[in-house]
Design a protein around this ligand. Structure first.
Ligand code: COA
Ligand code: AMP
Length: 632
C-alpha cells in the first residue's frame, strides 16, 4: 500500500491539474479560474489563469471574519530591545488596512513597487501586507546589505515608495538604516517619491524635506483601505537574490500560485494546522522570511513568531528554546548554522533541557547542507524529528523534504529526503542525459514548475531563460549538484556556480570579486568559499597587485576587507584575503577556483594537467596556511 506521500507525489505528477485544483479550493478567490494552468509555454506556466484574489485578504481578513479575529496572528519577540508584542488577526488586519490606506494616499497603486529596507519588526510585515492589499509589488532588501547593494535594487525595482526604519539592532551595535538609504538614493537615477521612516527610540533619524515621512504620523492618518483584486498571475513581490554577477536577480512571484502552494505546503510539508504556532527564525529579507515568517503561516491561520535577535548572544544560547517555550511554538524552522552556533556554546544541550518544549513537534532545517553531526545533536537534545529540506529563493517553497504532513518517512541523515509533490526532480549529466541512481550530476526540475515558483526575473526575461532554462531544454536548472539514491532519496552536494552559502546567507563570489577588482592596486583576483565549522562557508580572497605597487600587502588586504563591507555589506562576512604574485590558471586562462577550494578544505586534489604554472598552487597553499585554513 503506497504511503500518503507516495500517493500525493504520484498524483501531483500524473494529474497536476486535479492536484492543484484541490489545493486551490483552500483559497478564497474573487473570481475562479476555468483552467488550473495555462502551460502552453512550459517554461512559463500561468497558474490559475483568469482567476482573481487578494493575498492580503487571504492572509488576514479571511481569518478575522471567520472566527480567528482574537487569535494571535503575530508575536514579536525582540530580546535586543526587550520588547514582546502580541497582535491578533483582527488587530493586524486593521493595522494593515490603515497603513495600506496611508500608502494609497501617497499614490501607491496596483503594480507600483514598494521597497522595504527594514529590521525584524512588525511594521515590516505590515508594510509587506499593506503593499499586497493594494496590489502593489513589494521588494524587501535585507538589512545587512550596504548602500551600494540597496542602490542597485532601488535602481532596478524603481519603487514609488521606500519603507524603512531609523535603525536596526545587531548584537552590540546600532545599524543606522536611514543614512544607508540616503546614500543609496544619492547613487541612483531613480528617486523614490517618498521614504516612510519608522522612528525607533534606540536611534532616531533625520527626515529630509518633503520626501521623508514619519511612519507613525502617516499610519495614524490613513483611512482603512479595501483589498484590491488582482489577477492570479500579477506579481506579489520581487525578491533579489545573488546571481553569478555583481547584479542581483529579481525573482518575481505571482499572487495566485504562491498563495495556493504556500498554504498547501505549510499543511502538508510542515504538518501545521490552523491555530498552530510556527516560527521561521529567518530574516524577512530572505525567502524563508517571506514564505514562512509571513505568508504561509498567515494564509493557513497560524500564529507566526517574528524574532529580532540571534541564536546566541541575545542573551545566550538558550534564546531559541526560551522563545519556543514562551510562545508555545509547534514547529521551528532555522538554518543549520544557527544550530551550530548554539551547539558550540551549549554542546550538551543543557539550556535546551531548562525549557518546556513539549509543544515543539518538529525542527526544520534549510538554507545550506544540514551536516549529520548537527542534525544528530539537535535530535538528541530535542527528542523530536529534525527535518532537513532543500529549496531556493527561486522556488519559494521546498523542492525536497520529508513531508511530515503526509506522514514522515524514515530519515537518512545528510539527505533532505524525497522530492515534494509537484516537483519532478531529475539528475542529468553535462550533456543532458539522465543519470542512474547513485550518480552525481546536475539537479534539475522537469518543466512546468509547480505553482509558487518564480515566474521570471524582473525586467530580465532573457536572463531568466538563459540562467535557468537554456542549458537543459525542458528543465529548470537548480545549479545544485547531487544524486538520487536507490531508495529515491536526494543528496545535495553543492552549487555548480559561484554561489556560496555563508551563515545561511546566499552570496556570489563573483560579486565580491568585482569589489576587489575595483581596487586601484589590484590587477586580478579570485574569491572562493572555504568550509567553516560555524558558518558553513566563508569567502576568502586572493589578489595579485599591479606591477609597481610597493605598499605593504597587509594594508591592501585591510582596504579590500573594508571595501567589501562597505560595498556589499557586513553580511558578506569577508574578513580574510591574501596577496599572491599569480593565480593558478589553466593554459587557456581559467582560474582554478575548484582546486583552490579543495586545497583550502584539505581535500584530495590532482594538479590539473592543463595548469599553466604548478608553482602558483604552492603560493595559494602558503597563503591559505597563513590565514589558518589549509591543512586543518
Ligand atoms: N543588519 C545589519 N547587519 C547585519 C544584519 C542585519 N540585518 N544581519 C547580519 N548583520 C551583520 C552582523 O552583525 C555581522 O556583522 P559583524 O561582521 O560586525 O559581526 C555580519 O553581518 C555577519 O553576520 P552573520 O554572518 O549573520 O554572523 P553573526 O556572527 O552575526 O551570526 C549566526 C552568526 C550563525 C548566529 C547567524 O548568521 C544566524 O543566525 N544565521 C542564520 C541565518 C538564517 O536564518 N538564514 C535564513 C535561512 S533559514
Ligand atoms: P537560497 O536561495 O538563499 O535559499 O539558497 C539556495 C541554495 O542553498 C540552494 O541552491 C542550495 O545550494 C542551498 N541549500 C538550501 N537548502 C539546502 C539543503 N537542505 N541542503 C543543501 N543545500 C541547501
Amino acid at each position: 500500500m503506497p504511503s500518503a506521500y507516495e500517493q500525493a507525489y504520484a498524483e501531483s505528477l500524473r494529474n497536476p491539474r486535479a492536484f492543484w485544483a484541490a489545493a486551490a479550493g483552500e483559497i478564497e478567490w474573487l473570481r475562479r479560474s476555468r483552467a488550473v494552468v495555462d502551460d502552453s509555454q512550459t517554461a512559463k506556466p500561468i497558474w490559475f489563469p483568469g482567476a482573481m484574489l487578494n493575498t492580503c485578504y487571504n492572509a488576514l481578513d479571511l481569518h478575522a471574519q471567520t472566527g480567528r479575529g482574537d487569535q494571535l496572528a503575530l508575536v514579536y519577540d525582540s530580546p535586543v530591545t526587550g520588547t514582546l508584542h502580541r497582535v491578533s488577526y483582527r488587530e493586524l488586519t486593521e493595522e494593515v488596512a490603515r497603513f495600506a490606506g496611508a500608502l494609497a494616499d501617497l499614490g501607491v497603486e496596483k503594480g507600483d513597487r514598494v521597497l522595504l529596507y527594514m529590521p525584524m519588526i512588525p511594521e515590516a510585515v505590515v508594510g509587506m501586507l499593506a503593499a499586497a492589499r493594494l496590489g502593489a509589488i513589494h521588494s524587501v532588501v535585507f538589512g545587512g546589505f550596504a548602500a551600494n547593494e540597496l542602490a542597485q535594487r532601488i535602481q532596478h525595482a524603481t519603487p514609488k515608495v521606500v519603507l524603512t526604519a531609523s535603525c536596526g539592532l545587531e548584537s552590540g551595535r546600532v545599524v543606522a538604516y536611514k543614512p544607508l538609504l540616503d546614500r543609496a538614493i544619492e547613487m541612483t537615477s531613480h528617486k523614490p517619491e517618498r521614504c516612510v521612516v519608522l522612528q525607533r527610540p534606540q536611534q532616531t533619524a533625520g527626515l529630509a524635506g518633503a520626501r521623508d515621512l514619519d511612519w507613525a504620523a502617516l499610519a495614524r492618518a490613513g483611512a482603512p483601505a479595501d483589498c484590491v483584486p488582482v489577477n492570479a498571475k500579477d506579481p506579489l513581490y520581487i525578491l533579489y537574490t545573488s546571481g553569478t554577477t555583481g547584479l542581483p536577480k529579481g525573482v518575481v512571484r505571482d499572487n495566485g500560485g504562491h498563495a495556493v502552494a504556500l498554504k498547501w505546503s505549510l499543511r502538508h510539508v510542515y504538518g501545521m494546522h490552523p491555530g498552530d504556532v510556527f516560527w521561521a527564525a529567518s530574516d524577512i529579507g530572505w525567502v524563508v522570511g517571506h514564505s514562512y515568517s509571513v505568508y504561509a503561516p498567515l494564509l493557513l491561520g497560524c500564529t507566526t513568531v517574528l524574532y529580532e535577535g540571534k541564536p546566541v548572544g541575545t542573551p545566550d544560547a538558550g534564546a531559541f528554546w526560551r522563545v519556543c517555550e514562551q510562545h508555545g511554538v509547534n514547529a521551528l524552522f532555522t538554518a543549520p548554522t544557527a544550530l551550530r552556533a548554539i551547539k558550540r556554546e551549549d554542546p550538551n544541550g543543557e539550556r535546551c533541557r531548562r525549557h518546556d518544549l513539549s509543544r515543539l513537534r518538529t525542527l526544520f532545517l534549510a538554507g545550506e547542507r544540514a551536516d549529520p553531526d548537527t542534525v544528530t545533536w539537535a535530535e538528541h537534545c530535542l527528542g523530536i524529528p529534525v527535518i532537513d529540506h532543500w529549496w531556493q529563493t527561486e522556488t519559494g517553497w521546498p523542492i525536497a523534504a520529508n513531508c511530515v504532513g503526509l506522514g514522515a518517512l524514515p530519515v537518512k541523515p545528510g539527505s533532505p529526503t524525497k522530492p515534494v509533490p509537484g516537483y519532478d526532480v531529475r539528475v542529468l549529466d553535462d550533456d543532458g542525459r539522465e543519470l542512474p541512481a547513485g550518480a552525481t550530476g546536475h539537479l534539475v526540475i522537469r518543466l512546468p514548475l509547480p505553482p509558487g515558483c518564480l515566474q521570471t526575473l524582473y525586467r530580465d526575461d532573457d536572463a531568466f531563460r538563459r540562467v535557468y532554462l537554456q542549458r537543459f531544454p525542458g528543465y529548470y536548472e537548480t545549479a545544485d549538484a547531487g544524486y538520487v539514491d536507490e531508495d529515491g532519496y536526494l543528496w545535495i552536494m553543492g552549487r555548480t556556480d559561484d554561489i556560496i552559502n555563508v551563515a545561511g546567507h546566499r552570496l556570489s563570489t563573483g560579486a565580491i570579486e568585482e569589489v576587489l577588482a575595483a581596487h586601484p592596486d589590484v590587477a586580478e583576483c579570485a574569491v572562493i568559499g572555504v568550509g567553516d565549522t560555524l558558518k558553513g562557508q566563508v569567502p576568502v580572497g586572493f589578489a595579485v597587485l599591479n606591477a609597481g605597487v610597493t605598499r605593504p600587502p597587509v594594508d591592501v588586504v585591510a582596504e579590500l576587507v573594508a571595501r567589501v563591507r562597505d560595498g556589499i555589506g557586513p553580511v558578506a562576512a569577508f574578513k580574510q584575503a591574501c596577496v599572491v604574485t599569480r593565480l593558478p590558471k589553466t593554459r587557456s586562462g581559467k582560474i582554478l577556483r575548484g582546486t583552490m577550494r579543495k586545497i583550502a578544505d584539505s581535500e584530495a586534489y590532482r594538479t590539473p594537467p592543463t595548469i599553466e604554472d604548478p608553482a602558483a598552487l604552492d603560493e595559494i597553499r602558503a597563503g591559505l596556511k597563513s590565514l589558518g585554513f589549509a591543512g586543518r
